[in-house]
Write a protein that binds this ligand. Structure first.
Ligand SMILES: Nc1ncnc2c1ncn2[C@@H]1O[C@H](COP(=O)(O)OP(=O)(O)OP(=O)(O)O)[C@@H](O)[C@H]1O
Ligand SMILES: [Mg+2]
Length: 321
């Protein structure tokens, strides 16, 4: 079957260790029984790549890992899921990892070690993965000190010359001096998809609609801001509007933003309007809510479309100020 798109994802690759349901940490040296503990690949490049593969895309991921067992797990898991891992093993640093004790309501505090992700540089990006691609996704704006800024701009300009659509996401806001970075990089991005916390921090406003508009005015072609249970804000040439989330059982919200990005990218590849691609992205996020971990919610394109057609739309809405 022809893939729904050839996509390269560059950036954050993390191994997540998740446990649920965690009410509180056991005190002292205590031990509490849990229902589930799971290890998965995650991150705005690696997690989104697996979601894309599940949706029928041909996905390649570029990132940095350590020479440790976590790195072996990363490579093996990506291969098993049908993603081409083009990862550089860095000496002396560990593979990036997160421990997530998932609360009964699906919320997810985390302990994170950034490590190898901070070592990713332009020389780690093989030139062939920037050619012949429909989409290149920059997964981790502000969290990739070896690429953010001039090296990232050069990379994305090469991608643009090669004709790909350029998307980007964040993994939190990992630096304070973002103004210059945004000014140089957002004009290289066709579609920027941060979450509410990231967008409002970057745009320096509490209003999510204003944040989306500001980021677009700073140069991004269009901006989508995910707002957990409240859905998503869209800002494009037609202005700002919102889309509600789907109602879905909540087990764990980890990776919902990455699933959203994957769904939107696939929707655009299928020729959908931005609003319809967003609806499919929201469906991909919603099915991800029902499973522990980032990458087990989307089973296939067909199953997700079927779920979307039967699903209920949330009554929670975002009001423009
Ligand atoms: N509690 C929830 N109820 C309903 N939908 C949710 C909930 N949490 C997340 N979603 C869906 O997932 C989408 C993305 O979620 P969110 O804004 O939490 O992304 P994120 O913080 O970037 O996640 P991650 O970085 O872990 O992938 C939302 O737009 C919404 O559609
Ligand atoms: Mg996110």
């Amino acid at each position: 079957m022809k893939p729904v798109g050839r996509i390269t994802l560059i950036g954050i690759c993390v191994v997540d260790v998740l446990a649920r349901p965690v009410e509180a940490l056991p005190s002292g040296q205590g031990s509490d029984p849990l229902d589930q503990i799971k290890v998965t690949v995650a991150g705005t490049a690696a997690g989104t790549a697996i979601d894309l593969a599940h949706l029928g895309a041909d996905a390649t991921v570029v990132g940095a890992i350590g020479s440790d067992l976590l790195g072996d797990i990363m490579i093996e898991s990506l291969r098993r899921e049908g993603v081409d891992p083009r990862l550089t093993r860095k000496a002396g640093v560990q593979t990036s990892a997160t421990i997530l004790p998932i609360h009964p309501d699906g919320s997810r505090p985390a302990w994170h070690v950034a490590a190898a992700n901070r070592e990713l540089v332009s020389d780690d990006v093989p030139p062939d993965v920037l050619k012949g691609r429909d989409v290149v996704h920059y997964g981790g704006l502000t969290a990739l000190p070896g690429l953010d800024g001039a090296p990232g701009v050069a990379l994305l300009r090469t991608v643009r010359q090669n004709g790909a659509f350029i998307t980007a996401d964040c993994l939190g806001i990992k630096r304070r001096d973002t103004a210059e970075l945004l000014e140089s990089m957002l004009p290289e991005v066709d579609l920027f998809m941060p979450n509410r916390g990231e967008a409002t921090t970057l745009a320096n406003t509490d209003d999510v609609f204003a944040a989306a508009r500001t980021l677009r005015e700073m140069g991004a072609g269009s901006v989508l801001v995910t707002c957990d249970s409240a859905g998503c804000v869209i800002s494009d040439k037609d202005g700002e509007r919102s889309r509600p989330a789907f109602v879905a059982p909540v087990v764990d919200s980890t990776g919902c933003g990455d699933a959203f990005s994957a769904g939107v990218i696939v929707g655009i590849q299928e020729g959908k309007s931005l609003d319809d691609a967003v609806t499919f992205g929201l469906a991909c996020a919603a099915v991800t809510l029902g499973q522990l971990g980032s990458v087990d919610g989307i089973r296939s394109h067909e199953a997700t479309v079927k779920w979307m057609h039967e699903a209920e739309i949330s009554s929670e809405s975002l009001e423009m100020a």
